[in-house]
Ligand binder design. Structure first.
Ligand code: DQA
Length: 152
């Protein structure tokens, strides 16, 4: 199957452009570009084309999900701090009915209480948190497994 079903999105929210520089003891030494390259490579090996997007601005993330989400089969989403605050991102995902896996580099449940609340988890296919850059790879693997099962 071509087109819509073979396209995936990788969306990163605020401050994730600072990976590698930002609190490396928490978030690791890898930059977002190298994580993105690994996720893209895995997706390509499974026959999926992955489009990556990062923004520090909530409305830009909403607009990207609204437009790109219409033609995608699924999404890996690390909404950063917007995870804990954004009804708008939640509503955008629901508007385009997009299957997604929520990922976090850190185990948010080990951290401050305000990070325990997610506006996304209950509408996600699943949540992966606490494995550093591996969270993204586990996430893309899980997402593709679900999509492949649905197609067969
Ligand atoms: C994060 C966790 C969030 O609480 C935080 O605001 C981030 C990164 C993570 O990947 O661990 O920006 O989503």
């Amino acid at each position: 199957m071509a087109g819509k079903t073979m396209k995936l999105l990788l969306v990163n929210g605020p401050n994730l452009n600072m990976l590698g520089v930002r609190e490396p003891e928490k978030y690791g030494a890898d930059g977002l570009d190298s994580i993105t390259a690994l996720v893209k490579e895995y997706a390509a090996g499974q026959g999926y084309k992955l489009e990556a997007f990062q923004s520090n601005i909530e409305g830009e993330i909403v607009s990207f999900i609204q437009s790109a989400g219409m033609n995608a089969a699924g999404m890996i989403l690390n909404a950063g701090a917007y995870t804990h605050t954004s009804i708008a991102i939640r509503d955008a995902i629901l508007a385009v009915n997009l299957k997604f896996v929520e990922v976090h580099l850190t185990n948010v449940y080990k951290r401050e209480e305000f990070r325990h609340k997610s506006y996304l988890s209950d509408i996600a296919a699943g949540v992966i948190a606490g494995f550093g850059a591996d969270s993204y790879l586990l996430g893309i693997r899980a997402l593709i497994n679900i999509l492949d099962k649905e197609r067969h």
